[in-house]
Design a protein around this ligand. Sequence first.
Ligand SMILES: Nc1ncnc2c1ncn2[C@@H]1O[C@H](COP(=O)(O)OP(=O)(O)OP(=O)(O)O)[C@@H](O)[C@H]1O
Ligand SMILES: [Mg+2]
Length: 393
Amino acid sequence: MAIIEVDGLTKVFNGKVRAVDDISFNVKEGEILGFLGPNGAGKTTTLNMLSTLLRPSSGTAAVNGYDIHEEPDKVRRSIGFVFQDPTLDLELTGKENLNFHGLLYGLDRDLREKRIKEVLDVVQLTDRANDLVKTFSGGMKRRLEIARGLVHHPKVLFLDEPTLGLDPQTRRSIWEHIQRLNQEKNVTIILTTHYTEEADYLCGKILIIDFGKIVALDTSDNLKARLEGDVVSLAFKDPKMILQIRPIFEKKKWLRRMDVTSVGSNQSMAGRMMHMMRGMSGGMGMDGMMSGMRPESGRRNESVRHKGPNIQSVGPRRLNLLVDDGGRRIPEIVKLTNEIGILLESVELHKPTLDDVFLSVTGRNIRDEQGSFMEMIRRHRIMQQARGHRDSG
Ligand SMILES: Nc1ncnc2c1ncn2[C@@H]1O[C@H](COP(=O)(O)OP(=O)(O)OP(=O)(O)O)[C@@H](O)[C@H]1O
Ligand SMILES: [Mg+2]
């Protein structure tokens, strides 16, 4: 049974930015659906409309059977929301933050006590409940926010970037909490992320959103299975070499598709940031290289040109070839590059991953430099906030 039904949902900001563009999908009760997309794809805007924080420009949705236009109060009472940007009161204790939330939802004192105990247990923060939140680590704060979203026993929980800016170990521990919540409490969860491994690990279904549109919606396995074959990933020291070799590969019958990716940059973080800033103000060099062979990815060139950094300015490039029987093709691929005097830095063979799926449906790499750059800034801000509060406490 569908617990969320979305029909033609659209949001246009200031009459021109189509942040969410006519999306329709259903979510089954008990499912974890992941919204995977790069910065600015429309993830938060969609969640804000579904939770009635933002009015759609057109289209509608029903959450728990309540229409977002007709019964917004009932929608709000039946959902929990963990915002992308932290909203805890740092000067209160963990328990006080939860208690305040329970009061807002009109829970009486006994029920609040009971629920707070329960949700603290779910996220394993019972022993820190009476400490001020400003003394919590980033991961503990995120867990407390998830706990707060659960105090009123929502049937649906929206998690906007639940692990943004957290270290891999903390990220994994939050994944386990989310999974437990879903399995033990049967909470339906929609989460947004731009980490493919997060979507892969947690989500029964993955919705890929790009420029406000749904470009894929399926299980991770089905999405990967669509890319039949193996990926042979070639790293080049000089991106110009890709221009030379591309036409040669394009003629080969065994090639299913070809994409240029930016993964593998070995520059320092500071160096990359400098390049990014230059690249953002400059044009998009070698734009044609960002697209795949197929016409559908070529269509994206325009958008990439506006949004992306100057790809000439960042690290070594990879050329990903989707081929039949990759192991057998590698000798021929290496021979073809040798024949025109191109030296490869590395050759890798792998089964299609969610990153490859993303690249194939958007023509861009989700780990592109722009995404990393935005995240670096955010992460820096979160760390600064945490440091500032600790110093002042
Ligand atoms: N209040 C607003 N006014 C104008 N434009 C907005 C507003 N909120 C979002 N946008 C624009 O809508 C688009 C989608 O933004 P949204 O925040 O939904 O993206 P997102 O997928 O959540 O990105 P991120 O990964 O960075 O959180 C962006 O182009 C953004 O600039
Ligand atoms: Mg967002």
